[in-house]
Design a binder for this molecule. Structure first.
Ligand code: GUN
Ligand code: ZN
Length: 458
């Protein structure tokens, strides 16, 4: 078995940091340590002065930061084609940019190339696992699963369900009571769910684009197959919320539409959740479902400000997600920085500002726990798969100077605590800080080396 030890500053989490806390509760900080990797898995760690024996390959990356790979809990593969499209809110943006781009993914070649480009881009941004929307076309889910299996990545996805309020070429057939879409889901579940690190998610785009019959079919799939995930969008935009109220007059709320269809459980990931009330939040908690907070998308599409502290007070799970192409970057660091600003905009009514610890925990261990996958990923503990990212603390003169201030290396300014240093890294850093990405112990991306041909077994 391959044995690799990487020397760096190790940062991960052992529990959820308290909201607003900048001390080290929940934080595992092991500066200048060797992380030991045996085959696919993390085997332990040793202080920098005590390297492991001769049968280990040593990679001395002293002065760099080694963390678990980020987990993006909501992102759209086909939307790399529309990222950074100008000037509209959600519903118009879908119609003008997104639906036309998604139609291309009916073509197996487009779908396969799109899947490869997308997963390699995730790795290049430090994301090693993701919950992903493909398109309505079964081939778009099939090619994503195949590409993830090739890379050894943890992927949760499923064919998008939409049978109304979408253009030709993007709708499931309505003529057979949805049997065709159901058969397509069943075939994908049989083929991919539980194969390696792939898992199937029943994927309802949002309540607007599914008939009540299709929502019932989605609920039946979840009831029939234990262990499936569910992903959708909820309460993102006020026009959307109004439309859902018109379409489902008998539902108490937007969230209630999904609950009545049996879609909410502990493996449900609902993007956004901006326009929820206290009863909805309590329902999320009771069902064990999580909200994927997508700050860059929420700002870019003008959707609104997610109230993270209210979610914490209600006790439901929150993870962090890019929502590209509504979001404007695949970088979870940039996304965390946007999350900080969204909380800041809500001012003193939310109490403390967002800490780097809460944001980074949500993007690693918190996400893994929320998905029921912390035995596998999200931390640097022994036994986990070695999904790792090696980062530079600073790139460029401004960030380098700021890091020196944090370290107390600038005359006249006192050294700062670890949280202050990590916070500055989180706010100033992005994919340019990334040196290497490992997936299950395999070096999968290295700065300056690109492409699917680059997959070197250690
Ligand atoms: N709601 C329904 N579809 C989408 C989508 O593709 N992106 C976002 N941000 N919201 C949605
Ligand atoms: Zn989305």
């Amino acid at each position: 078995m391959h044995r690799l030890a990487i020397r760096a500053d190790l940062l991960d989490f052992t529990g959820a940091p308290a909201w607003g806390s900048t001390d080290l509760s929940g934080v595992r900080w092991r500066p200048d340590h060797w992380l030991l990797i045996e085959g696919e898995r993390i085997a332990g760690a040793l202080p920098g002065a005590q390297p492991p024996g001769e049968d280990w390959r040593l990679d001395d990356q002293r002065g760099r930061l080694l963390m678990p790979g980020f987990i993006d809990t909501h992102v759209h593969c086909p939307q790399l084609d529309v990222i950074a499209s100008h000037g509209t809110g959600l519903l118009d943006w879908l119609e003008t940019y997104t639906f036309p781009a998604e139609r291309r993914f009916a073509d197996p070649t487009v779908a396969a190339e799109g899947a490869a480009r997308f997963l390699d881009a995730l790795l290049a941004h430090g994301t090693t696992a993701a919950v992903v929307f493909p398109t309505v076309h079964a081939v778009s889910a099939d090619t994503l699963f195949a590409a993830a299996a090739q890379r050894g990545m943890r992927l949760i996805t499923g064919k998008v369900l939409m049978d109304r309020h979408a253009p030709d070429g993007l709708r499931d057939a309505p003529h057979d009571q949805g049997a065709e879409a159901e058969r397509a889901c069943e075939a994908l579940i049989q083929r991919w769910h539980g194969q390696g690190r792939n898992a199937y998610a029943v994927t309802v785009r949002f309540a607007v684009t599914s008939t009540p019959q299709q929502l019932a079919m989605a609920g039946a799939l979840l009831a029939r197959h234990a262990g499936l995930y569910m992903q959708t969008h909820v309460a993102e935009n006020r026009d959307e919320v109004r439309w859902v109220a018109e379409l489902f007059p008998q539902a108490r709320s937007y969230l209630d539409v999904y609950d009545q269809a049996g879609l909410l459980n502990e493996r449900a990931v609902l993007a956004h959740g901006i326009w929820l009330d206290a009863q909805d939040r309590a329902r999320l908690r009771d069902r064990g479902a999580q909200i994927a907070f997508c700050p860059s998308s929420n700002l870019f599409l003008g959707s609104g400000l997610f109230e993270w502290p209210a979610a914490i007070a209600a006790g439901h799970k929150v993870s962090l997600a890019t929502d590209v192409g509504g979001g404007t970057s695949l970088s979870m660091l940039r996304t965390a920085a946007e999350a900080y600003k969204v909380v800041a905009l809500q001012g003193s009514q939310v109490g403390s500002p967002l800490s780097a610890w809460t944001a980074l925990h949500a993007a690693t261990l918190g996400a893994a726990q929320g998905l029921g996958l912390s035995h596998e990923m999200g931390h640097l503990g022994a036994g986990a798969l070695a999904d790792l990212v090696l980062w530079d603390w600073a790139v460029g003169p401004v960030a380098t100077h700021r890091d020196a201030v944090a370290l107390g290396q600038v005359a006249g300014l006192p050294a700062q605590d670890l949280h202050a240093r990590v916070f500055a890294w989180m706010l100033l850093g992005d994919e340019r800080n990334l040196r290497q990405t490992y997936v299950a112990g395999r070096l999968s991306h290295e700065r300056g080396r690109h492409g699917p041909q680059f997959a070197t077994l250690l």
